[in-house]
Design a protein around this ligand. Structure first.
Ligand SMILES: Cc1cc2nc3c(=O)[nH]c(=O)nc-3n(C[C@H](O)[C@H](O)[C@H](O)COP(=O)(O)OP(=O)(O)OC[C@H]3O[C@@H](n4cnc5c(N)ncnc54)[C@H](O)[C@@H]3O)c2cc1C
Length: 498
């Protein structure tokens, strides 16, 4: 049995803890915050609201199911899932809102009503996307990305052209659809990947399959229920979670990590899995001689956005608002340029509103709504109360126009969250929210490596390494890091015994 220290209790850290403890190791997770879950933490208010702080779109349900199945459980042992219908709404302008149905035939009808002939093209687009999704899940995402030879599988080589790794997502969509609404709708899922559609490989149309075909789900009680379920699995197998426990240094002796300095005390260990933000671990916890990357490596990387968030309690019900609403009533290209090309606060922002109290009675007092406003911005922007408030007013006024209801006057709880909070709460590089963008040059083997090249018993996991940003990839990342560490500890296969 080896003693393993894991830094951080986000999805990736908890996932790694579950696999390693189940394999019989003595696993300790150190989390700087007082609540586990990382970017997916929750907070309660005295007035009875329960807010998910980060993720709200439960996509790729199979990945969550597979995680729990690996330990002899099912998601339903820990939480109840609800399939949302409509999946989400897209606001294109005044009195111009598209409700995206969960049912694929209805989605085809919707496409046809917007652009003649597009229903048939949607079917063929989705067939391609399904192929990419299945190939991706079966052959790509569970690979550690340490060497190009991992991808030298005959199916992958045969399918390389069909996978469209080298062509642009934006061009791919435009081959099928020409109406701007359909282009915007199909482009939205890659925003999850944090890059402009032009810079995203067409491979990632697999996200359209995930989002539009596999359904948008919601865990009753919020994402915190998923975190709780995963922690129970890890704890059942002996993992210990230490909260308010800040890792300050990884102690190296003879090119091996020998201890973690936590709140000023030495915790001796045989290996370290770092699930905190990669840049923080390298620049603050490791001496420069043992880092995989220098500072200028990070400066050249394309980061996924940061965001400005408002958590709001509303003391009434809002009739014409669904669970997820995307405000695409301004120019997507211009906002994307303000994030990626010339980082600045956007003149005319797009934003997103989540209202989980539409689907869940647990997250707001009876007769109230729980609302989350999110506006993506470039990481590293100046973040002041005045700027936050300016954009709050813009978003609330557009929300009031859309719902045709007074909302501002009914707010009985308000908390904002932005760049400075991402830095202080998560040690996030420039306050990024979702890690690295999935551009071609930052995919698979080109992502920051999962293993320290100089100190062989340090492994990295989480949204900044393989396979990438998002909850399902972070869960997978924890599993891959655990498998690699187990190999290092002379166990050739990860065998989960319950
Ligand atoms: C606002 C927002 C909305 C999102 N929406 C979605 C969505 O709808 N769907 C989706 O799939 N994904 C979404 N994501 C992305 C998803 O939440 C993340 O990709 C995922 O949660 C990242 O998990 P992680 O384990 O890599 O990192 P984190 O969750 O950041 O975990 C790292 C942990 O390390 C801790 N830590 C840092 N430094 C130290 C230290 N020195 N010592 C101890 N602990 C430390 C941090 O406190 C943190 O708890 C969203 C993210 C955000 C921020």
């Amino acid at each position: 049995m080896s003693k393993i220290a894991i830094i951080g209790s986000g999805f990736s850290g908890i996932s790694a803890a579950a696999y390693l403890s189940t394999a019989g190791h003595d696993v300790h997770v150190f989390e700087k915050n007082s609540v586990a879950g990382g970017r997916a933490r929750q907070f309660n208010t005295d007035s009875g609201y329960l807010f998910d702080m980060g993720p709200s779109w439960y996509w790729m349900p199979g990945v969550f199911e597979k995680f729990f199945n690996d330990f002899g459980f099912s998601t339903s042992d820990f939480y109840e899932l609800k399939l949302l219908n409509p999946s989400f709404d897209v606001v294109f302008g005044k009195n111009d809102t598209m409700s995206v149905p969960e049912n694929f035939e209805q989605l085809c009808d919707l496409f046809e009503s917007i652009e003649a002939g597009s229903a048939a093209r949607l079917v063929s687009f989705m067939n391609e996307a399904e192929y990419k999704y299945k190939t991706g899940i079966e052959n790509l995402v569970y690979k550690p990305g340490l060497s190009i030879t991992e991808y030298a599988n005959i199916d992958l080589i045969k399918g390389a052209i069909r996978l469209q790794v080298f062509s642009s997502f934006s061009e791919h969509v435009r081959k099928y659809f020409s109406h701007p609404k359909l282009i915007a709708l199909m482009g939205f899922p890659v925003l999850f990947l944090g890059a402009m559609p032009q810079d995203t490989p067409a491979l990632y149309s697999l996200m359209n399959y995930a989002g539009l075909k596999l359904g948008t789900w919601y865990p009753i009680g919020g994402f915190g229920k998923v975190i709780d379920g995963m922690i129970s699995v890890a704890e059942k197998n002996g993992a210990v979670f230490h909260l308010d426990a800040t890792a300050e240094k990884i102690g190296i002796e003879e090119n091996q990590a020998r201890y973690l300095m936590v709140n000023g005390e030495k915790f001796l260990c045989d290996a370290v899995i770092a699930s905190a933000d990669y840049h923080h671990v390298e620049s603050k916890l490791l001496p420069s001689a043992y880092r995989n990357y220098r500072e200028n490596y990070w400066e050249k990387k394309t980061f996924a956005p940061s965001c400005l968030i408002f958590y709001l309690g509303i003391n009434k019900k809002i009739k014409s608002l669904n669970h997820h609403t995307l405000f695409f009533d301004e120019d997507l290209d211009q906002h994307s340029k303000d994030i990626y090309k010339k980082p600045q606060w956007p003149a005319k922002p797009l934003f997103y509103v989540c209202c989980p109290s539409k689907s869940d009675d647990h997250v707001a007092p009876k007769g109230h709504e729980n609302i989350f406003l999110l506006m993506p911005i470039a990481p590293g922007l100046k973040d002041t109360e005045e700027i936050r408030e300016k954009y709050f007013q813009i978003m609330i006024s557009r929300l009031e126009n859309h719902t045709k209801e007074k909302i501002l006057a009914h707010i009985d709880f308000k908390r904002s969250y932005c760049v400075k909070d991402f830095i202080s709460d998560y040690n996030s590089y420039k306050g990024n929210a979702y890690g690295l963008a999935n551009t071609l040059m930052q995919t698979a083997v080109l992502k920051p490596k999962l293993r320290n090249k100089k100190v062989r018993n340090i492994f990295y996991t989480g949204q900044l390494t393989v396979p990438g940003p998002g909850v399902p990839p972070s869960i997978i990342s924890g599993k891959i890091a655990a498998e690699q560490l187990l190999k290092h500890l002379n166990k050739s296969n990860l065998e989960v015994t319950i």
